[in-house]
Design a protein around this ligand. Structure first.
Ligand code: IMP
Ligand code: MG
Length: 184
C-alpha cells in the first residue's frame, strides 16, 4: 500500500480515492450506538462481529453503546467440497449459547446479501430471542435478497471500497477513512 496524497492510495496497483472520512464514520457510529442503547436497555445483547472486515466497526460500535453487552467474533465459511458456493454452511467461533439471546450482527458491508442471508438462516436455527443486522455499508443496487436491516451506516454505489476494516486482497484494512476505487 502506498499513500500518494491526502486523498489517494495505491493498493496492489489500483488507485483508491478518499470517499467517506473518519469523522463522518465516527458520527454515524455514534448515532447507531445511541439508537441501540435505547433499544437494548436491560436486554443484555450479544454482538456478533463478522470477521475479518467488521473488526474495526464492531470495536467502535460496542464502545458507542452504553449497554451491558457481550461480543463474539465469527468467521463464515462457504465451501461445498472445494468450491465456494456463497452459501454459508459453517459458522466458526460461535462459542456462546445463543438460544433466547438478543443478537446484534455487526457487518462491514452488505453487497449482494448472499452472505448475510445464509448467515441469518443458520442463526435462526439456534432460536435466538431476536436478531438485528447492523451494517456500516450497503450497496442497495447489488442487493439480491430481501433482508431486514435494522441500521445502515451508509448506502453506497456498487463500487469497490476499502479502509476501516475493509480490504482489497487483505490490504487497506488499517486505513482510517473509507476509499473508493478510482475510475481512471
Ligand atoms: P455479499 O455476500 O455479496 O453481500 O458480500 C459480502 C462480502 O463481500 C463482504 O463481507 C465483504 O467481505 C465483501 N465485499 C463486498 N463488497 C466489498 C467492497 O466494496 N470492499 C471490500 N469487500 C467487499
Ligand atoms: Mg464482511
Amino acid at each position: 500500500m502506498k499513500i500518494l496524497s491526502d486523498t489517494k492510495v495505491v493498493v496492489h496497483g489500483l488507485t483508491f480515492e478518499k470517499y467517506i472520512s473518519e469523522t463522518e464514520i465516527q458520527q454515524k457510529v455514534r448515532e447507531i450506538g445511541q439508537a441501540l442503547t435505547l433499544n437494548y436497555q436491560d436486554k443484555a445483547p450479544l454482538f456478533i462481529a463478522v470477521l475479518n472486515g467488521a473488526f474495526i466497526f464492531a470495536a467502535d460500535l460496542v464502545r458507542a453503546c452504553d449497554l451491558d453487552s457481550e461480543i463474539c467474533f465469527v468467521k463464515l465459511a462457504s465451501y461445498d467440497g472445494t468450491e465456494s458456493t456463497g452459501a454459508v454452511n459453517t459458522i466458526l467461533g460461535l462459542d456462546k449459547d445463543i438460544k433466547g439471546r438478543h443478537l446484534v450482527i455487526a457487518e462491514d458491508i452488505i453487497d449482494t446479501g448472499t452472505t448475510m442471508n445464509h448467515f441469518i438462516a443458520r442463526l435462526q436455527q439456534f432460536e435466538p430471542a431476536s436478531i438485528s443486522i447492523v451494517t456500516l455499508l450497503l450497496k442497495p443496487d447489488a442487493l439480491k435478497y430481501d433482508i431486514d436491516i435494522a441500521h445502515i451506516g451508509f448506502e453506497i454505489p456498487t463500487k469497490f471500497v476499502i479502509g476501516y476494516g475493509l480490504d482489497y486482497n487483505e490490504l487497506g484494512r488499517n486505513l482510517k477513512d473509507l476509499y473508493q476505487l478510482s475510475e481512471e
